[in-house]
Each structure stands twice: as structure tokens, then as C-alpha cells.
Ligand binder design. Structure first.
Ligand code: ZN
Ligand code: ZN
Length: 248
């Protein structure tokens, strides 16, 4: 039953949209509740930052629906024709799945880091393709996919290529998509929760929401989406100013 749905050309776009909304809705609920729950307010990356208005939420939501219908749907259908899904009988082993998802995230992080640096350093690329994603300096969950068609398609290509290059099992690929969308939404959510990635992963290997939030505030640091090693290596790593002065 599940298998038949997975083989449909409509499945990838519905999967992408459903996972994205499922990741965004809890954070949007926090945005609605944070004015009345002081503990939630303290979790905000920018405690005095602007909370999203209903207009902003609807504007970003409309853009997501538009992108999924106009860009993601045709591309995923073309991909489906080119490489039809074939599910192996056996599921991957759990430790294999976890290792492969981690490897995919590292590879995606590296690809996006390069794309992102280029789209900031080359003014034409910034203005034409990436400026749209920087409309909001105080981000909220739905600003994650508020970006140009080229940016969406590039990210889609990196996300699709990573498990393919690493020869992952289709189930691993689906798990990676969920983690990838969850992490990108967490980056833009505006909240540092006790289970935020940078608190679960030791040694500051992951940046967490404050890391990417600073990128949206200042534009000159923290180009890697999830991990911190590329920014540290290229000296573009900066800490959140709310936890001591920023060094950039
Ligand atoms: Zn940027
Ligand atoms: Zn962003």
C-alpha cells in the first residue's frame, strides 16, 4: 500500500511539502505562544526581534505553495521519469542508515557552503538569486524556503545528489530529506530549544539556530548551514552577539 504511493510521480512533491509544513507548524505555534509564555520568550534567538505577523506568515506560505507547484513539481516529475523509484526488499541496517544520513548532511553542508559563499561574494549572483532569501533579518520557520527558484533548485539538486553520490538506500535518502528539512527549518526558526542540534552535538560541531540567525543579521559570516568546520577553516565563523560580543 505504502509502496504504491511511493511510486507515484506526485509523491516527491507531496512528501517535500508535507515534511516542510510538519517541521514549520510547531515553530509557528511557538511564535503564537511566546508573548504569553515567558520561558518561550527566553528561548528566542533574538528576544527583542520582530515576531512574524500573520501577513508575513501567509506571504511566505503562499510562496512555498507557489514554488512547490511551479518549480519543484515539474522537476521532481522529470526526475521520476529519468530515475523511477525501485525499492529494495530489505531495509538498510539502522547503524548504516544513521552513518549514511550523517555523511549526506556533511556533503550537503559542503555543497551549500560553496554555493552560499559564491552567492555573497559575487554581487550579481547575490542580487539576482540570493537577495530574496535575505528579505527577513529576523527569521521564522517559514522563511526557510523563502528563496528564488534558482536557490530552491540548487538546494534540491544538492539534496538529491548527496545520497546518489554516496550510493544510499532509498529509505536512507528519505530519512536524509526529513533531517535536512528539519535542520534547515530549525536554523530559521528563531528558537534555541533544549534539543536544538548545537546542544545535542558536542564540541560546537553544529552551529544551531543562532549560527544561521547571525548570517541573516549581518550577511558576512556563517555561510555553512549546519556544521561549523568550513566557516572555522575559512575564518568566516562568528558567535551570536547575545552571548558575548560578536567577533566580526
Ligand atoms: Zn546568505
Ligand atoms: Zn537562511
Amino acid at each position: 500500500f505504502f509502496g504504491q504511493h511511493i511510486l507515484s510521480p506526485f509523491y516527491p512533491v507531496l512528501y517535500s511539502f508535507t515534511v516542510y509544513m510538519a517541521c514549520c507548524i510547531p515553530y509557528l505555534a511557538l511564535d503564537a505562544l511566546s508573548p504569553v509564555i515567558p520561558a518561550l520568550k527566553r528561548c528566542r534567538v533574538q528576544p527583542r526581534g520582530r515576531r512574524p505577523t500573520l501577513g508575513m506568515v501567509l506571504h511566505c506560505l503562499a510562496h512555498t505553495v507557489y514554488s512547490h507547484l511551479v518549480f519543484i513539481f515539474p522537476v521532481t516529475v522529470a526526475y521520476w521519469y529519468w530515475r523511477p523509484v525501485s525499492l529494495p526488499r530489505a531495509a538498510p541496517q539502522l547503524h548504516r542508515l544513521i552513518l549514511d544520513v550523517g555523511a549526506c548532511l556533511l556533503l550537503f553542508d559542503f555543497q551549500y557552503f560553496i554555493w552560499h559563499v559564491l552567492h555573497h561574494k559575487i554581487k550579481w549572483l547575490y542580487k539576482t538569486f540570493h537577495k530574496m532569501h535575505h528579505k527577513y533579518t529576523s527569521t521564522f520557520a517559514l522563511t526557510t524556503q523563502y528563496s528564488s527558484a534558482w536557490e530552491m533548485l540548487s538546494l534540491g539538486l544538492f539534496a538529491g545528489a548527496s545520497p546518489l553520490l554516496l550510493g544510499c538506500h532509498p529509505m536512507t535518502e528519505m530519512a536524509f530529506f526529513i533531517f535536512n528539512i528539519y535542520l534547515s527549518v530549525e536554523d530559521h526558526s528563531g528558537y534555541e530549544l533544549p534539543w536544538s542540534t548545537h546542544r545535542l552535538i558536542p564540541f560546537g560541531l553544529c552551529g544551531g539556530p543562532a549560527h544561521h540567525d547571525l548570517h541573516h543579521q549581518k550577511f558576512v559570516s556563517n555561510y555553512a548551514p549546519y556544521f561549523t568546520h568550513w566557516d572555522k577553516l575559512f575564518n568566516t565563523h562568528a558567535q551570536n552577539s547575545s552571548k558575548g560580543k560578536s567577533k566580526d
